[in-house]
Design a protein around this ligand. Sequence first.
Ligand code: PLP
Length: 294
Amino acid sequence: MAWRFALRIDPVASVERRESFADTFRVIDPFAPALPVGELSAQRGDGIFESLGVVDAHPQEVEPHLERLAHSAQLCDLPVPNLAQWREAIVMVAREAGRGENVMKLLLSRGVEGTDAPTAWITLADAPDNAAARTDGVRVATLDRGYALDVPARAPWLLLGAKTLSYATNMAAIREAKRRGADDAVFVSSDGFVLEAPTASVVLRVGERFVTPAPSVGILHGTTQLSVFAHLEQRGFAADYATISVAQLAGADAAWLLSSVRLAAPVCAVDGQVLPVDRTLTDELNAYLLSPRD
Ligand code: PLP
């Protein structure tokens, strides 16, 4: 990873109002060790994060990312983040980005074991080259996530809608997809419905209608999906949440994996079965996603 910048944040209470939070920020060397050995983020993956796209030094969709950070914190019983403090830190870090695409990560951990004080930091790095995924597309393998659609409501302690730092299973799913000759995975519920990809939302086009699974099935509410749906609705398309079977994914007119950094990656095959790629619409979506969005 080509790191550019890192900032430690001393989290203050959510109710605290200040002119400036600058004295709670500390620039740190992104290549030097920075966390104590007792950090629960490292020991247990006990924390949450957000990845924002930064294009030509403009951080994209800051408010939806902050809303999701607060939602994840609530699900994980972490202290409520002071969003004004995070907003100011994001502006400061974005200034360090160059032209082109960067990725900014916001991280909030439960902190060092025994201290009861959360740890927070932000990193900035060059974005990976996603040109091939955005144009040629990605082949996906559907993988059973092992949960039925009703599990998030029955077992909230599984934290299924939170963006936690425990991404080991997501990364394992991508490795399994690669073993099956695909580029990425799409998680499917044990009762056969499409959920999300390990690092992206799944959106289908069926005729003139765009659909994606509802966040209530225990998936992240994608900020990119939200932004794309608003854009499509503005263009006169219908865009809704729906229960989607694996057969519907394989038979869609087109499908995309949407996420903040890779943006719109068309799905070109599902379990080895070819899916049409709508290059014109994909290019148009990516041009929109690369434009400054707030
Ligand atoms: N679902 C999962 C599991 C993800 O990790 C991500 C992004 O990292 C998404 C969906 C898409 O979210 P966003 O569009 O906000 O990047």
